[in-house]
Design a protein around this ligand. Structure first.
Ligand SMILES: *[C@@H]1O[C@H](CO)[C@@H](O)[C@H](O)[C@H]1NC(C)=O
Ligand SMILES: *[C@@H]1O[C@H](CO)[C@@H](O)[C@H](O)[C@H]1NC(C)=O
Ligand SMILES: *[C@@H]1O[C@H](CO)[C@@H](O)[C@H](O)[C@H]1NC(C)=O
Length: 546
């Protein structure tokens, strides 16, 4: 906790510094976080360095591809810093981050292989397994699933091997699982080409939970400049599955995203061919039960459902990836985390039809920074407590993130009847632009048409919002907490949210049963927080200790 506080403290200082100090600061923040998260990323020699190099190019790419430039320039300038004096950071205990133009990629495997175009060598001695050498056609029409599995079977037997999906080809894959647990560690899945999902109902049988799965692996990496394309549009129109809109009581639903969702549901009933697709929509890429997972460089697009999911994984590093699907594609979360710990996600462009990042139960020590989100529903924790379950989420930090045209900005949502807690969560330095509702806690979230009133709730406490600025189109702040389990220790600082010029039907800040304080004055004034603690303060953390 002390470390976390000191992180907050240093972060406020960081806000006042200029870009030249940025590399230094990122290292600094990384060290603090690493201390906080244990030695989780110590093994990767300075992964921040690599990500730093790629950051600007990824950002540029994202601006042109995902976000239409708005004619009006909303004031997205760096926030007025609470402390204007830049102070030199503390002495570093490690070698200074001398920016090398070409940092060595941390590829652990020696790759004594000739260029891919050379005549195929005998692979007996190689650590690289090209799927084309195992029969993959890459013509975009033949199902290459068996060839991929054959290449995987070979790569699996060799430590630090590389399975190569070469550029210049399109590989059609029916649902596939790259399974450990008997594989050697440190396998690299080098994705330079494009992988596409089948669109015929036949290929999906009675339905799959995911299209491409990596399961029970240690030190698994997916990298490259390739694309994973779920070709999801054939699924999106399927209205049979309820889209999970945000239908909680009070939240105004006038926004564009909501309208899109409704349109989508209507248009669906018309299209007949879809009824053939199975009800279960697959996640595009899922990691299950793995440790030390890295995903970098690739683009995941047009997933039928979620794009990238981690379930029961520890030590996850995701950076420099793009997610791209239309803003009205239902349930297409960008990155979804569940039962996973020590997760670092940064330098990503996430554009989709649901949460850019969603964090479900069982997650702790999650650090997310330098994300471009939009279109989408924002970054969300929850919905927690579905079906009266116990949910536990703690130690989540989201910072230096830009949201454009999203439904919410940063959101915590729980369902009535749940138990457990969400605590020690910080959202800082979030820039919003035309976001419907930038700050949301909703303990009445309902993902069905109707949810019944229940007394128990997932306790929400220790939530910090620092430096959240920009424009909203519906309501700046919406805190709807539980009567029986009010939100506690809600802290606001440097909130500056202005209505977007063309917005009508605006609502003021809303709080219900929300305890905490504003540490600074805010725009607009948020005076609905209650001081102190409620008499019925939930025993928050205890409910999640083992
Ligand atoms: C959350 O972080 C604190 C330190 O800041 C640590 O003591 C605690 O164990 C962490 N919680 C989990 C579930 O890892
Ligand atoms: C092939 O692999 C074996 C065992 O790893 C090694 O001893 C041998 O030197 C290798 N040969 C070549 C040509 O690399
Ligand atoms: C739940 O309680 C609220 C407030 O007391 C009430 O307005 C609403 O109608 C109730 N909903 C149901 C489904 O009972």
């Amino acid at each position: 906790m002390n470390l976390f506080i000191s992180f907050v403290h240093h972060f406020t200082k960081m806000m006042s510094m200029d870009l030249k100090n940025c590399a230094f600061l990122i290292l600094f923040a990384f060290l603090i976080l690493c201390a906080d998260f244990g030695a989780c990323y110590a093994r990767n020699s300075m992964p921040w360095r690599q990500s730093r190099i790629h950051l600007s190019s990824v950002m540029d790419k994202g601006h042109s591809s995902h976000h239409n430039h708005k004619k009006h320039n909303t004031p997205l300038a760096p926030a007025p810093a609470p402390k204007p004096k830049p102070k030199p950071p503390a002495p570093m205990p490690v070698p200074a981050p001398a920016p090398k133009p070409k940092p060595k990629p941390p590829a652990p495997a020696p790759m004594p292989v000739p260029a891919p175009l050379a005549p195929a060598p005998s692979h007996k001695n190689s650590t690289t397994f090209n799927v084309q050498d195992y029969g993959a056609k890459g013509d975009g029409q033949t199902d290459d699933m068996k060839a991929f599995l054959a290449a995987w079977a070979a790569a699996c037997k060799v430590e630090a091997s590389t399975i190569l999906v070469p550029s210049g080809s399109i590989f059609l894959l029916s649902p596939i699982s790259f399974a450990g647990p008997n594989c050697k560690p440190k396998i690299i899945f080098q994705l330079d080409g494009k992988i596409i999902a089948p669109t015929s109902a036949k290929a999906w049988g009675s339905g799959f939970l995911q299209w491409i799965e990596f399961t029970k692996l240690t030190e698994i990496t997916i990298k490259g400049e390739g694309i994973i394309d779920g070709q999801g549009s054939v699924w999106w129109k399927d209205a049979a599955v309820y889209a999970g809109t945000d239908t909680s009581q009070n939240i105004p639903s006038t926004g564009q995203n909501r309208a899109n969702e409704l349109n989508n549901m209507v248009s669906t009933q018309i299209s007949a061919e879809l009824s053939k697709m199975p009800k279960t929509k697959p996640t595009a890429l899922r990691f299950y039960g793995s440790t030390d997972v890295t995903v970098t460089g690739i683009t995941i697009q047009n997933s039928p459902k979620m794009h990238l999911k981690f379930d029961s994984c520890t030590n996850v590093h995701v950076f420099d990836i793009s997610v791209s699907s239309p803003g009205d594609s239902p349930n297409t979360d960008g990155i979804h985390l569940q039962n996973s710990q020590n997760v670092l996600i940064h330098s990503c462009n996430l554009a989709c039809g649901d949460d850019c990042v969603s964090i479900q139960t069982g997650c702790s020590n999650i650090y997310i920074h330098d994300i471009n989100c939009g279109p989408g529903h924002g970054i969300s924790i929850g919905g927690l407590g579905n079906g009266n379950t116990r949910a536990c989420v703690s130690n989540v930090t989201v910072r230096n993130t830009v949201m454009r045209n999203t439904m919410t900005g940063v959101r915590i949502k729980t369902l009535q009847g749940g138990s457990g807690s969400a605590n020690n969560i910080m959202f800082s330095n979030i820039q919003v632009s035309e976001v419907e509702t930038p700050i949301v806690i909703d303990q009445y979230y309902c993902d069905k048409e109707k949810c019944k009133n229940q007394t128990s709730a997932v306790a929400v406490s220790g939530i910090t919002y620092a430096n959240i600025q920009g424009t909203y189109t519906v309501q700046p702040v919406y805190f709807a907490c539980s009567d029986n389990s009010p939100c506690t220790e809600i802290s606001l600082a440097t909130i500056q949210l202005k209505p977007h010029q063309t917005s009508h039907h605006l609502y003021g800040p809303f709080c219900w049963k929300t305890y905490g304080e504003s540490k600074t004055s805010t725009v607009p004034p948020i005076d609905c927080l209650q001081k102190g603690n409620p008499s019925n303060a939930p025993s928050k953390i205890a409910s999640c200790q083992v």
